[in-house]
Design a protein around this ligand. Sequence first.
Ligand code: 7TS
Length: 414
Amino acid sequence: MKPPADAPVPDWAALRADFPILDQTVHGRPLVYLDNAATTQKPRAVIEALVRYYEHDNANVHRGVHELSYRATTAYEAARARAAQFIHAAVPEEIIFTRGTTEGLNLIAYTFTSRIKPGDAILVTEMEHHSNLVPWQLLARRTGAKLLFVPVTGDDGLLDLSGLDALLARNVKIFAFPHISNSLGTINPALELCARARRHGVITVVDAAQSAGHLPIDVQALGCDFLAFSGHKMAGPTGIGVLYGRQALLEAMDPFQGGGEMIASVQFEQSTWNKVPHKFEAGTPDIAGAVGLHAAMDYLDAIGRPAIAAHDGQLARDAFARLARVPGIRLFGPAGERGGLVSFGLAGAHAHDVVTFADREGIALRGGHHCTQPLWRKLGITATTRASFYLYNTAAEVDRLAEVIDQAARFFGG
Ligand code: 7TS
């Protein structure tokens, strides 16, 4: 993804200084943080927004008529409006605050229980994070529906779309897929997938955990029905996320959790529901989290998501090309256009040993199944090492990564 030709080039080195945590040594070496697909670091603007909220405005939302409650409610609802703008939702009511992607996906799967019947099918892909697989397994178990899978082609990590229309025609009610794979780095053609699903009258759910903080997202242009993401993977705080849903669908859905805030009126035996989105936000929400997420969205958009995508995509492609020269390496995901991460296996070394080796050099990587166990089983490997990039990573850090992985290959490979 390229930023517009006349867009100013961000000063990446200056931006790096916005992230206080990066300025440290680990095991005596400068920290090289390459675990951004798990969680990203937070700029000072986000940390300060949290401190400012707690020092000046903290109160519960919607319930009080006093000044602080008014301020907290205003800040919380302003964050909702900002999130709507961030993904170009038609109205703020289409934004539900959640704990993160996982909760958003569970909310849909749970509330669809009454709408799915035995013999219906739910379509996902073979590259799902467990968060976008297990909730659908649970829904299938509750309803007697079955799960269908769009296959992954192989190590190149692409979706095989040749049979998609035939799959969608098999009584599929919901098609859920990742925008960017957290294990492979594949950027899936979300626009095409939503359009093809729509032609079959199938509801689409986009898992945008790995894309929302990296690429521009326009839910109306995509034509998706639902889209979920996590604040902590896009420079925001942990504990806050967004579920977008088309308003007509949200209105028709059952509530998720019961409790305060989500009701209109309660009697001993029964209740009626509050308006969307409050119907889906039972209990005291993560108000500070929403405030922090608002600051994160402002921060990212001041840089520009096309520029961020171009930057971390380039780092990932460079890392892929550099690592391809390491003896005994097996790289996963597409060789060309990709999201900002690289996943690989090293002959003779377990991923955890590679991660420990890199950690001694100050490099933070992740090793394991990355919550995509069925994918790795299909590709015949149990664990990979993953380097994932964000806006504050540098070409010099890619050099350092390639150097250390080369050393690891020689150390473990003999
Ligand atoms: N979907 C995808 C594609 C993800 O990468 C993740 C988290 C989730 C859903 C769940 O997000 P959460 O914020 O609710 O936990 N991925 C990872 C990862 O790759 N390493 O740690 C977490």
